[in-house]
Design a protein around this ligand. Sequence first.
Ligand SMILES: [Zn+2]
Length: 91
Amino acid sequence: MSVFRPDRLPSLNRLPKELGREERFCEACGEPNLHILYQVPKKVIFVYFKDHPGNVHATCIKCALSTVLTGEERARALSLIKARTEPSGSL
Ligand SMILES: [Zn+2]
């Protein structure tokens, strides 16, 4: 059993959280590549806000270019983590 539990360490709350991965078109590469979707907390004075426009990034695994997801793309990325944390299957 692992003692290391990032979710339980407040000091790590500011670290970007991986939402999932998906194939996206990368403008820098000029081709579709696998991107890692992140939710990035934003620090305002002393408080980190998890939910702010522009807190979801997609990072290309090939060139490391980060893109801020907006609108539908952002909503879809956030729904990925919801789908992961909610119990699957019927009870
Ligand atoms: Zn790229």
